[in-house]
Design a protein around this ligand. Structure first.
Ligand SMILES: Nc1nc2c(ncn2[C@@H]2O[C@H](COP(=O)(O)OP(=O)(O)OP(=O)(O)O)[C@@H](O)[C@H]2O)c(=O)[nH]1
Ligand SMILES: [Zn+2]
Length: 314
C-alpha cells in the first residue's frame, strides 16, 4: 500500500458520532444532529462496534472512522476460535426468555456471566405468561436467579388485558434512560418486544439496510434503536445468544461473577480453591439441600471452569 500513515485522531474535519449498526467491516454512524453516514474503518485492526463513540470524517460519499473513543465496557462474541467485541458502552443486558421454547440454563448462565464480568447489569424477562403450565414451570426454574438477587420480570407481550399492559409498563420503567442490549433465543418474542417498544423499528431497519447496502437481511445484525422515552434510552437488538465470548475470563475469577457463589468466596480451606473437588470448600458445602446454592449452578460452574481452562491451554 502506498497510502501514508494516518494520525489516529488528528483529522482536521473529524466529528464525533455513535455507531448505530454494523455490517461486516462497515458501520453506520449517527451524528449528534441525527444524520447517519456509512463509514469504513481506517485500518485493518480497528473495528468500531454498535454503541461505540467515534471520531469520523467524510471521504467522498462515505465516511472513515478515525478513532474509536475509550469504551466504558464491551461484550464479546465467540467466533470459532476468536473472541470478538460486538457491542460497547452498555448499561444493561436484557435476557429475554419465554414459557416456550424452554430455555437452556447454561445459555442464561453464560449471558449473566458475560454481563456481570463486563460491569453491566443483567435483567431477565420471562415472556408468554399466558402459556400455561409452561410459564409456571419456567418461572420456577428461575427461582435460583431471583434468590441470588437478579431482577426477573414476567411478561405477556402479545396480550391486550390490563395485566399485560402493566407488565409492559414495568419493563419500560427498567429500560428508561438506559442503553439496553436485548438477547434471547429464537421464538421468545424478541421482534414482538422491539416492535412494541420501538414503533419506528421497521422503518429504521429498512433505512439502515439501504444506508449499509445490505439487502433485506439486516435482522441478523446488531442494531441500535432509540426509545421514545424522553430520557435517551435505547435498545440494541442483537441476534443469537449462545455465542457470548467468555474465553477472556480467567477460570480462577469465574466464581466472582456468580452472585450465588460470591458470598462464600474467601471461606474455603485452600485460598486457591477452585470449588470443584477440594475438601473444605465453602461453596460445595453451601449446595442444596445443606445451603442455598442450586446444584445445577455448581455443575454449570464446573463445566464452564473447565471450558475456560482448556481455552487457556497453550
Ligand atoms: N402466547 C404468546 N405468544 C407470544 C407472546 N409474545 C410473542 N408471542 C409469539 O411468539 C412468536 C415468536 O415471536 P417473535 O417476536 O417473532 O420472536 P423472536 O424472538 O423475534 O423470534 P425469531 O424471529 O425467531 O428470533 C410469535 O408468534 C409471537 O406472536 C406472548 O406473550 N404470548
Ligand atoms: Zn471452594
Amino acid at each position: 500500500m502506498t497510502r501514508p500513515p494516518q494520525p489516529a485522531t488528528a483529522a482536521p474535519n473529524a466529528q464525533e458520532g455513535r455507531v448505530v449498526a454494523s455490517y461486516g467491516r462497515h458501520v453506520l454512524v449517527e451524528a449528534p444532529d441525527g444524520a447517519r453516514t456509512r463509514c469504513h474503518p481506517r485500518g485493518k485492526r480497528q473495528q468500531a462496534v454498535v454503541g461505540d463513540q467515534v471520531h469520523w470524517s467524510i471521504t467522498g460519499d462515505e465516511g472513515v472512522i478515525e478513532a474509536v473513543l475509550p469504551r466504558r465496557n464491551v461484550l464479546f462474541r465467540q467466533d470459532e476460535q476468536r473472541t470478538k467485541v460486538f457491542a460497547a458502552n452498555l448499561d444493561q443486558v436484557l435476557v429475554l426468555l419465554a414459557a416456550e421454547p424452554a430455555f437452556a440454563e447454561p445459555q442464561l448462565g453464560r449471558a449473566l456471566i458475560a454481563a456481570r464480568e463486563a460491569g453491566i447489569e443483567p435483567l431477565i424477562a420471562l415472556n408468554k405468561r399466558d402459556v400455561q403450565p409452561a410459564f409456571d414451570i419456567a418461572w420456577e426454574r428461575l427461582a435460583p436467579y431471583r434468590a441470588m438477587g437478579e431482577r426477573v420480570l414476567p411478561l405477556h407481550l402479545h396480550g391486550s388485558d390490563g395485566t399485560a399492559r402493566a407488565e409492559c409498563e414495568a419493563l419500560r420503567a427498567h429500560l428508561r434512560g438506559r442503553v439496553t442490549l436485548v438477547i434471547g433465543p429464537s421464538g421468545v418474542g424478541k421482534s414482538t418486544l422491539v416492535n412494541l417498544l420501538v414503533p419506528h423499528a421497521q422503518a429504521d431497519t429498512q433505512a439502515i439496510s439501504r444506508a449499509l447496502g445490505t439487502g433485506r437481511h439486516t435482522t441478523t445484525r446488531t442494531t441500535w434503536y432509540w426509545l421514545d422515552d424522553g430520557a435517551g434510552g435505547a435498545l440494541i437488538d442483537s441476534p443469537g445468544f449462545h455465542e457470548f465470548g467468555l474465553h477472556h475470563i480467567a477460570p480462577q475469577t469465574l466464581a466472582r461473577w456468580m452472585p450465588d457463589f460470591a458470598p462464600y468466596l474467601g471461606q474455603c480451606r485452600f485460598h486457591n480453591c477452585t470449588h470443584r473437588r477440594e475438601p473444605g470448600c465453602a461453596i460445595q458445602a453451601a449446595l442444596a439441600p445443606h445451603g442455598p446454592i442450586a446444584p445445577q449452578r455448581w455443575r454449570f460452574y464446573v463445566d464452564l471452569y473447565e471450558e475456560l481452562d482448556a481455552a487457556r491451554a497453550p
